[in-house]
Design a protein around this ligand. Structure first.
Ligand code: ZN
Length: 362
């Protein structure tokens, strides 16, 4: 495909890619399979597969990539030839394919015991108290200003900097002093009989807010220098820690009372939605990732007067089959909910809807 014009790259279902390559299929989440490329050298290693992001990675042979890349690798084809072969295959043409023999590898058996998640109202109370305790440091505030947010907006959105080790300790103490239960809230876990907060550092906590205006989680924007693009945003979760709690990919809402919402914009990333909603005064929903649609149908149901959903994904979607594919899936979910989906496009010079709105402000 030529960049900046022409036809968008053809998209493929993850299930088809799996069927055609022999990689075990799962609809959602990350899973591990025996790496078929290491197996060629007679070695047994784990390959990590992310069904939502449609990417794979083996830390041993360093093979990694997306859906088309996986297909290319299995069939020993160049990326372009693989694209062409996939196109012919999806048209139903007779194509000879290589299918690898591999299987899902379950997680190592030292699996930790997790806490039972607390009810959302309790979670909200913990998070709101946590926000009262935490601060937004100067560098992080500056980062948000550079994104186009004014100070009153930054304060209203309750962005906070991740605490350092000492602050974490003091925060847990302060929360416990108020009689709050912390285990069962994503971000907390237990070590040596003591409750701890996740040891993430250098990042901004971005609240994930439900249509009922409860804080149900946080997305973290890493501010560490040289963070790879795909690791800049992640959820506050303690799903791998003892007595920790998994975060779910809840949909973030920013806007007025849910009953007053008749039309809403949908984008990817809570911070982007916050910025765009602030600048446009239009209500927004944000998925935590383009494929994080697990809770979208349930979220839409919570708006009794919602008639129209505008899809506002980054304009580089025309060069990213993953996003275009997700957009199609979303249109289906929205239609099924009895709501009219509309795709919004803008000048491709501006990547995100927030970038576009910031530019329009100037
Ligand atoms: Zn490998």
């Amino acid at each position: 495909m030529k960049k900046g014009g022409g036809t968008p790259m053809k998209t493929y279902h993850w299930q088809d890619i799996c069927n055609w390559t022999g990689i075990p299929y799962r609809e959602h989440g990350t899973y591990q399979v025996e790496c078929p490329f290491c197996a060629r050298q007679g070695k047994k290693h784990r390959m990590y597969v992310d069904a939502d992001k449609r990417v794979y990675h083996c830390f041993h042979c360093q093979n990694e990539g997306g859906a088309v890349g996986l297909f290319a690798m299995v069939n020993d084809l160049s990326f372009d030839v693989a694209k062409d072969t996939l196109r012919r295959k999806s048209r139903g043409e007779e194509v000879v394919l290589r299918v690898v023999k591999t299987k899902v590898m379950e997680e190592p058996c030292n699996k930790v015991t997790l806490s039972k998640p607390l009810p959302m109202a309790d979670r909200d109370r913990v998070y709101r108290t946590m926000i009262e305790f935490l601060k937004l440091n100067f560098g992080d505030r500056q980062y948000l200003r550079n994104k186009g947010l004014k100070d009153p907006m930054i304060d209203a959105m309750k962005f906070r900097s991740l605490p350092n080790r000492d602050q974490r300790h003091k925060m847990v103490e302060a929360l416990q002093k108020q009689g709050l239960t912390l285990l069962g809230v994503p971000g907390f876990y237990e070590k040596d009989g003591q409750v701890k907060f996740a040891p993430f550092e250098n990042g901004i906590l971005i609240p994930i807010i439900s249509p009922e205006k409860l804080i149900v989680g946080f997305q973290i924007r890493s501010t560490r220098a040289n963070t790879p693009k795909d690791k800049r945003y992640f959820a506050l979760s303690t799903s791998t820690k003892p007595m920790g709690t998994k975060s779910e990919v809840y949909v973030h809402f920013v806007g007025p009372k849910k009953e007053a919402v008749h039309a809403i914009y949908v984008t990817e990333g809570a911070l982007k939605a916050d910025i765009a909603a602030c600048l446009s005064r239009i209500p927004f929903l944000a998925l935590q990732g383009v494929n994080c649609t697990k809770f979208l149908a349930d979220t839409l149901k919570k708006f009794p007067n919602l008639k129209t959903c505008y899809l506002a994904f980054d304009m580089d979607k025309f060069e990213n089959e993953n996003v275009l594919n997700a957009e199609k899936k979303l249109i289906e979910i929205i239609k099924k909910a009895g709501i009219t989906p509309k795709v919004v496009n803008w000048d491709r010079k501006y990547k995100g809807i927030d970038d576009y709105l910031v530019a329009m402000e100037k």
